[in-house]
Design a protein around this ligand. Structure first.
Ligand SMILES: *Cc1c(COP(=O)(O)O)cnc(C)c1O
Length: 366
């Protein structure tokens, strides 16, 4: 068959070990998954209650317009309903953007390392990928401006960045938006927006009117604790949204996901609660890293990228043997580091105990 050439060098997404798998292989009773930045506190209790009683008309197609959720989000963000696009997770929106704008003869600019789906989709579409190395975990926006040219279609800013956790300072970001050509779609992937605590951060939604070439991605998968339901959305200029909508498949979000996301918006106090708990545990990671002289990137998210003694795959294996599933930096473009989702207070304490054993065995390795 005549597959796209790009597929030759590509691999399907490889999920990490599941909790059940880890229990079986390592003979453990308790395994904590701190690998995918899910919310350790789950979703709002009201959403949980709703789910046990939810009566979805399963014989009907979902609302392809996502009317209920759209109305609530438009109100919440103070934008027009036509400024919103829904995806089966923001992953699907990344695919929609790529499909609509990328192809042979155009290029796309992104940081490295960053969220791998930008390059993955660009490769499938046959676009040239231009990667700008991070500086100490931060986006190098001067470097972006240097890499951008007349053939650039999309610039991806993962903000805060996965896997480092760094947030672009608002004034730096604004300066970039003022300089970049309005012909380029600038994607602000804000999957971790709800976890930001930095007081000087400006909500980028307020810039959309001034910069109609910006599109913001948000998701219900992380802080809202609804990763299983696959609901993400984009906020942008109605003209941009309208073009992307042509690429979207008609019923890309299922009815239960839409209903549950809508329900979750009623409990903003839960999100604030999670943000505060996450912040407390994040500070403990910063302290732990500094006490043990380990480098840790500045994070405004619910994960940290922390240096490990020795090889990151070895460290991951040792942590897994003690019941913690985390991500080795070797697979994320950050060798020597692991990415750890910030869990609850108890999970964090136990994680530090497991990490202590890595430090103790340091130097005594064969
Ligand atoms: C998790 C994540 C996503 C994907 O979120 P979904 O809405 O679950 O598809 C997108 N971007 C970044 C940076 C992420 O970390």
């Amino acid at each position: 068959m005549n597959w796209k050439k790009a597929l030759d060098s590509m691999q399907p997404y490889k999920p990490g070990r599941s909790i059940d798998e880890a229990k079986r292989i390592y003979g453990l009773d308790d395994v904590v998954k701190l690998a995918s930045n899910e919310n350790p506190y789950g979703c709002a209790p009201s959403v949980r209650d709703y789910l046990t009683s939810a009566a979805i008309q399963h014989e009907l197609y979902p609302d392809g317009y996502a009317g209920g959720l759209r109305k609530k989000l438009a109100e919440k963000h103070g934008v027009d309903e036509t400024s919103l696009l829904f995806g089966n997770g923001s992953d699907e929106i990344i695919m929609i953007i790529s499909r609509a704008l990328l192809g042979k003869g155009v290029n796309t600019v992104m940081a490295t390392p960053t969220f791998p789906q930008y390059a993955h989709n660009a490769r499938i579409e046959g676009a040239e990928i231009r990667e700008v190395p991070l500086k100490d975990g931060y986006h190098d926006l001067e470097g972006f401006l240097g890499a951008i040219d007349g053939e650039t279609a999309v610039a991806w800013l993962c903000n805060p960045n996965n896997p480092t956790g760094n947030l672009i300072p608002s004034d730096t970001l604004k300066g970039f938006l003022e300089q970049v050509s309005e012909n380029i779609l600038v994607v602000l992937d804000e999957a971790y927006f709800e976890y930001i605590t930095g007081s000087e951060h400006i909500d980028s939604i307020s810039w959309l009117e001034k910069f109609p070439n910006v599109i913001i991605l948000r998701t219900f998968s992380k802080a809202y604790g609804l990763a299983a339901f696959r609901v993400g959305y984009a906020i942008g200029d109605p003209e941009v949204i309208s073009n992307l909508n042509k690429v979207r498949s008609p019923f890309n979000n299922n009815s239960l996901g839409l209903a549950v996301a809508e329900k979750a918006l009623e409990d903003e106090a839960f999100i604030e609660h999670c943000r505060n708990l996450n912040h407390e545990q994040r500070l403990r990671f910063t302290q732990y890293a500094s006490d043990n002289k380990l480098h840790l990137f500045d994070s405004e998210t619910n994960f940290v990228l922390i240096a490990v003694p020795g090889d990151a795959d070895d460290a991951s294996e040792k942590l897994l043997q003690q019941g913690f599933i985390i991500r080795s930096g070797n697979a994320l473009g950050t060798p020597g580091y692991i990415r750890v989702t910030i869990g609850s207070e108890e999970q964090t304490s136990n994680f530090f105990k497991a990490f202590d054993t890595l430090l103790q065995s340091e130097g005594s390795a064969v």
